[in-house]
Design a protein. Structure first.
Ligand code: FE2
Length: 392
């Protein structure tokens, strides 16, 4: 199969459309030390299908890439094959973590140019890759710290609807056949549907800067505001503002540390992330929290511990829910309510050895918020963990 890659000529804007209309989260790219092994971890622990691969065997001489899918979630796990590859250099600084939250757009080059006009800094210029199946164009802009947003536009067999039906993801990708864990996951689904939100940790004093950036560059709107009175314990605190892409695509809360007596979780993250902002957690949505969390616990996923006392008071705060409350307590799921409904949520421990990236598993029953009432409970249990690691 022949593949061509080339820089794109500029100026392919279609005047009738907003070039920054974001159609979907195209993929979330992780830079990892060993994509082959990480693929098994996310497949075994979280039920992802290891669907496609792009590596030496498919003609990629630079990197190995595994496409993991579940519902409308697409993870790309990327490892560089030489010390000069950016993925290897970043893994040396940050450990495994998220590099790119990529958006599908109509025209990657037009989106990129508009973002630059809106004040974004380039991460990389548009690159077009074509083979007989179609064309994929990618470009990228820098956001907070080490994170970028790629713009991906797709034609023919690489169109979004086709890749959702398991067509090749991009040129040089091929399907992975006959993997036992994939068959096990089809029989034992964990029920994750899409990325509900994606949280960035930024430096002290920089939250408003990045809030403004998401407004100016990508046209996001401020969704909710929690100040440090909302999210604090005796020792540590954070401030958070939630940016909303609109069209129910994704929300991006931005956290910065707030003054506390001891080290906040945001500072701990930055300490172990080369003093560089990055993505703290991805919240993955399920329609059945109990089934999903039960399945993940059976698979060995480690969740944050919640003090038993949490359940002595939670029902007064939250009221009636349709789930079995005994099971909610047994599975150590957190519950919160706002004026629109309630939500169930739970947080994993860090997904790698450094105390950096983790996942949240969230189920919304009308609630559109983020579990504000649970922040105190969450903080207290996070601090217990920090204390065990000697980082408080
Ligand atoms: Fe969250």
């Amino acid at each position: 199969m022949s593949t061509t890659s080339s820089p794109m000529p500029s100026g392919s804007t279609s005047p009738s459309k907003d070039p920054l209309r974001l159609i979907d989260v195209d993929f979330v790219r992780f830079y990892v030390g060993n994509a082959k092994q990480a693929a098994y971890f996310y497949a075994q622990a979280f039920g992802f299908e290891v669907e496609q691969i792009c590596d030496l065997t498919t003609g990629d001489r630079e990197s190995a890439n595994y496409l993991l899918t579940q519902g409308n979630i697409r993870f790309l796990l990327t490892t560089g094959l030489s010390q000069n590859h950016p993925a290897q250099q970043e893994v040396a600084m940050y450990g495994d973590g998220i590099k790119d939250v990529a958006f599908t757009v109509d025209d990657s080059a037009a989106a990129y140019e508009q973002a630059l006009r809106n004040g974004a800094e380039s991460a990389y210029e548009p690159v077009e890759t074509t083979d007989e199946r179609g064309t994929v164009v990618m470009s990228g802009i820098k956001t907070f710290g080490r994170v970028i947003h790629s713009f991906v536009s797709r034609t023919d067999q690489y169109g979004l609807e086709h890749i959702k039906n398991r067509n090749a993801f991009m040129p040089k990708f091929r399907p992975i056949e006959d993997l036992a864990i994939n068959e096990y996951n089809r029989q034992n689904p964990t029920g994750l549907f899409y990325v509900d939100h994606c949280v960035g940790n930024v430096e002290l004093g920089k939250m408003n800067h990045w809030v403004q950036w998401y407004e100016d560059v990508l046209g996001f709107k401020l969704f909710k505001h929690f100040d440090d009175k909302d999210i604090s314990t005796e020792y540590s605190a954070l401030m958070s503002k939630v940016m909303d892409s609109g069209r129910e695509l994704i929300k991006i809360p931005i956290n910065e540390p707030a003054a506390g007596k001891r080290k906040s979780q945001i500072e701990e993250y930055l300490d172990w992330h080369h003093d560089t902002p990055g993505i703290q957690h991805l919240a993955l949505l399920t329609k059945n929290e109990l089934d999903t969390v039960g399945q993940l616990r059976r698979r060995g996923v480690d969740f944050l511990e919640i003090p038993d006392t949490y359940y002595d008071i939670v029902w007064d705060r939250v009221g009636e829910i349709r789930e079995n409350v005994g099971e909610v307590k047994d599975l150590k799921i957190l519950v919160d309510r706002d004026d629109k409904g309630y939500l169930l949520q739970i947080f994993t421990k860090p997904l790698q050895d450094r105390p950096t990236l983790f996942f949240e598993i969230i189920c919304r029953r009308g609630s559109e918020s983020f579990g504000k009432g649970n922040f105190k409970a969450l903080f207290e249990s996070l601090e217990l963990e920090q204390e065990r690691r000697g980082n408080l």
